[in-house]
Design a protein. Structure first.
Length: 168
């Protein structure tokens, strides 16, 4: 009989302990950390690094890519395909630019080696598709995902050298 009473006492003690934890965490003073995704989009950190994309230049309306192929050679996964457009020798641009994002490990090496700094990380993460083929992004899609290139920092001329540090 005494064991039953002890069990009942322990059960009540456990319920009170549990309710205490609930009450502490339910307090209005604690900020809510739950995000109602997908209705509420999460705020991405400043340094968020998504998939590589090709933002378009505001003046030309297309990517600054010169189809040098450095990104394709650097990619450890060998998932970038670049073919140069030979129609105009004075205007070097890609005829084909594809990335198979399904195998991308977001290492950023392709973006680091780009001599034109035109391969930039996207600020999107909703890349789910129903097929593997849907994860192969072509030039048009990469430009669309990249959006517009941010404006260049103002250039100050100091003596004979150009200073590109942001003006205060
Ligand atoms: S982020 Fe890395 S794995 Fe992805 S395409 Fe660039 S180099 Fe390849
Ligand atoms: S490294 Fe840059 S410029 Fe060269 S092909 Fe890749 S994206 Fe284009």
């Amino acid at each position: 009989m005494s064991t039953v009473l002890t069990d009942i006492k322990n059960s009540f003690a456990s319920i009170i302990k549990g309710l205490k934890v609930t009450a502490i965490n339910w307090s209005f003073t604690r900020p809510c950390v739950t995000e109602l995704y997908p209705e509420q989009k999460p705020e991405l950190p400043e340094a968020y690094r998504g998939m590589p994309t090709l933002p378009v230049h505001p003046e030309t309306g297309r990517s600054d890519c010169i189809a040098c192929g450095a990104c394709a050679r650097m990619c450890p996964e060998e998932i970038i395909t670049v073919e140069v457009d030979k129609s105009d020798p004075k205007d070097r641009k890609p005829a084909v630019f594809e990335i198979d994002i399904s195998r991308c490990m977001f290492c950023g090496l392709c973006m680091e080696v780009c001599p034109k700094n035109c391969l930039r990380p996207a600020r999107t993460f909703e890349l789910a598709t129903c097929t593997r083929e849907g994860m192969v992004y072509g030039l048009e899609k990469l430009q669309e995902l990249g959006g517009m290139l941010p404006p260049e920092p103002e250039t100050k001329v100091v003596g004979n050298e150009k200073d590109t540090s942001p003006s205060t």
